[in-house]
Design a protein around this ligand. Structure first.
Ligand SMILES: [Zn+2]
Length: 185
């Protein structure tokens, strides 16, 4: 197999700068769309007869949600690694300001890797959306989804890099990131 790309989140300054910009771009998109979202929720509250208000707890709840979502995010990565590679040893940790789940040395197909990478974003967004509808905490949920998605910059960077290096067929997890490989026939 031919090495296509090596990603190092811890030592590669260029990657770190790109992640910072991606996080800022994500949160900016959510903030720009916030008035639209508030308008929709306000209309929805009128037609569905619930009390729409933005108060202090509205801004506290997202952080409480994040305290649960962040470790859960890494556990979901780990669970999906295990589903595809039951023998994989999963390491959960925190380094250089980032939480991570790694399965060092484990190689997955591109499809499997995409699922491992995107599962937390999809499942946690879904869970927060369900919470929003159950408790009518739509604004808190929106902010929580915004902050969580911002924290997914590393995951989204993988997706962006895989789209850029579309010849990649396999991905090996390393202690610092991942290596993309192309299977040669
Ligand atoms: Zn992640």
């Amino acid at each position: 197999m031919k090495l296509v790309r090596e990603i190092n989140f811890f030592d590669d300054k260029e990657v770190q700068v790109k992640l910072t910009w991606m996080s800022l771009a994500i949160i900016l998109c959510f903030l720009i769309l916030l008035p639209v979202f508030l308008f929709i929720i306000y209309q929805f509250s009128l037609s569905h007869n619930f009390n729409f208000k933005v108060d202090f707890p509205t801004f506290i709840r997202p952080f409480i949600i994040l305290i649960i979502a962040v470790p859960l995010h890494e556990i979901i990565h780990g669970v999906f690694f295990k589903i595809f590679k039951p023998e994989a040893k999963i390491k959960l940790g925190f380094e250089a300001g980032m939480f991570y789940a790694s399965a060092e040395g484990v190689t997955l197909s591109k499809r499997q890797f995409m699922i491992v990478v995107l599962a937390p974003l999809v499942l946690i967004t879904l869970a927060i959306a369900i919470y929003a509808f159950i408790l009518c905490h739509f604004t808190s949920a929106y902010l929580a989804i915004a902050l969580h998605t911002m924290g997914c910059a590393g995951d989204l960077y993988y997706v962006q890099q895989l789209l850029r290096h579309s010849e990649t067929t396999h991905i090996k997890d390393t202690s610092v990131g991942a290596e993309f490989y192309q299977e040669l026939h």
